[in-house]
Design a protein around this ligand. Structure first.
Ligand code: ADP
Length: 485
């Protein structure tokens, strides 16, 4: 089975969130199921520079007339062969893949990501004479036009089936209607059941409507996005297309996230050697200038600092938590107001709060090994990876029971403290009172070290690997492959 993966991010090269981890892990996981996956990415300079050599596969003419070279490369650090769109005028920018250094979305994002969808279509059409995919698997709004361009194609040999995976419905890729013609959007697609969303072009909707199959990254989120509360205006459409939607939980890459083999850690450990965590705890305390005390848990936050991550609850709860002896170690970047609020908290409590603004993969590993808890009170969370990494590292998550968080964290119950299978703490209502109640439960568990260690061992032994999710994707590809001959 040959599959073309289309995404804007992929570990180890470009990452702003979980999408990159997933795109990076899928090639190897799917290879074990007999799927040959090749990945198409925008030619961001960080990727082009990291590749030893590239070869020119062909040239594509974009709907608005620009021509781009499509490069092929064997990638060190990934088992996938890559295709890259060589278009410096589109992708060679300072800032993130989506915005400039000031946080403003690039004005030509509609073209930058239409090019991604279009080149996916060209590859499905035979742009590379030596390899054609049987299925195109597009991820998130950046690749949302790929299923649409495939569906609009009139040439029968181009009609390759597609899968579209929603990693986060909150980001929809909305653009002004005036771009319709330059993007090659046919008139028949410009309506409510096509890709029009309140007078704008929606790349997310393009993917949802035109893909043959849809998936999202947990069973819980698959249910939630079909409700008005979590549907971001697309719940009706998703209910309409519900028959083709599956929830497939993300896995975690045990090659990268494994405390027994993690080169980022001062001391490696496994569930049988929990005391070895103490060395990491101590080293992290020295690194961050936090005392090595144990009155209350040391809590990590590793997150994009965006309102939907629910960190307002942590800011509100911080005073009582710190008063009870907790420590907070925050690694993140994002909205200036949230960054500022955490910096002010650090200024008020320099002995207990440490803030590192930025994106630091190595520090993320050390935090999971050197903190007792991870706080992840997201308002919504499609799957969430960090809570799974945390459990793997014996760092107990405290989560809001939504989406993938509810699917992966089985909370400890103070009324049944010896129950097996628990690996963290949770609250159901998104409210400060409920958050503090879960925190109180965590403190009650903390006071019983044997219980705490049992939760750590349970979390560390949970199998969040990619085997089952990869089998589920493979089944979808096979069904599509058979249906389309
Ligand atoms: P999302 O995709 O919404 O950002 P996930 O939990 O699915 O949330 O994935 C986030 C990924 O990004 C995880 O691998 C997490 O460890 C990582 N991450 C987030 N912020 C940072 C940061 N500031 N530094 C290092 N890694 C980070």
């Amino acid at each position: 089975m040959r599959v073309l993966q289309v995404s804007s991010e992929m570990v180890p090269w470009v990452k702003t969130g979980g999408l990159a981890d997933v795109a990076g892990a899928l090639p190897a996981a799917l290879a074990r199921c007999g799927v040959e996956l090749r990945a198409l990415l925008p030619g961001y300079p960080v990727i082009l520079q990291a590749l030893r050599s590239t070869e020119r596969i062909g040239r594509a003419r974009l709907p608005w007339g620009d021509e781009v070279d499509v490069l092929g490369a064997e990638a060190h650090g990934s088992s996938a062969r890559l295709y890259l769109i060589d278009a410096a005028w589109l992708y060679a920018r300072a800032g993130s893949p989506y915005e400039d250094a000031q946080g403003h979305a690039f004005a030509d994002n509609h073209r930058r990501f239409a090019a991604l969808g279009w080149v996916a279509r060209e590859l499905a059409c035979g742009l590379d004479p030596t390899w054609q995919p049987q299925v195109v698997h597009a991820h998130d709004w950046h690749a949302g036009l790929a299923p649409a361009y495939l569906a609009w194609s009139t040439a029968p040999h181009v009609r390759r089936p597609s899968v579209f995976t929603i990693h986060n419905l909150a980001y929809q890729g909305l653009f002004r209607a005036v771009h319709q013609a330059e993007l090659g959007i046919p008139a028949h697609a410009w309506h409510l059941e096509g890709l029009e969303f309140h007078g704008q072009i929606s790349y997310m909707k393009a993917g949802i409507v035109h893909a043959d199959r849809l998936s999202t990254v947990s069973a819980g989120y698959a249910r939630e996005i079909q409700t008005p509360e979590q549907g971001f205006g697309l719940d009706g459409l998703l209910r309409h297309h519900g028959h083709k939607l599956s929830g497939i939980r993300n896995g975690i890459d045990s090659g990268i996230w494994n405390p027994a083999h993690d080169d980022h850690l001062p001391s490696r450990y496994n569930p049988g050697q929990l005391t070895a965590r103490a060395t990491n705890h101590e080293a992290l305390g020295l690194e961050l200038g936090l005392a090595a005390h144990h009155e209350a848990p040391r809590c990590a936050i590793i997150s994009r600092l965006h309102p939907h991550k629910g960190l307002g609850l942590v800011l509100e709860a911080a005073a009582p938590m710190l008063h009870q002896g907790a420590q907070l170690a925050i690694l993140g970047r994002g909205e200036a107001s949230i960054e500022q609020a955490f910096l002010e908290l650090e200024q008020r409590h320099p002995d207990q709060v440490r803030v590192r603004l930025g994106f630091d993969e190595a520090l993320a590993h050390r935090l999971l090994a050197g903190c007792d808890m991870l706080l992840m009170p997201s308002q919504f969370e499609p799957c969430g990876l960090t809570q799974m990494y945390a459990m793997r590292y014996g760092c107990l998550p405290l989560v809001h029971s939504v989406g993938g968080l509810a699917d992966t964290v089985h909370p400890w119950d103070p009324h049944n403290p010896a129950a097996t299978g628990c690996s963290g703490f949770a609250f159901a209502t998104f409210h400060i009172g409920a958050f503090l109640e879960a925190w109180a439960q965590a403190l009650a568990c903390w006071a019983q070290p044997v219980q705490w260690a049992a939760l750590q061992r349970t979390g560390m032994s949970l199998a969040f690997d990619w085997d089952e999710p990869a089998r589920q994707y493979t089944r979808i590809y096979q069904q599509l492959g058979h249906a389309h001959g």
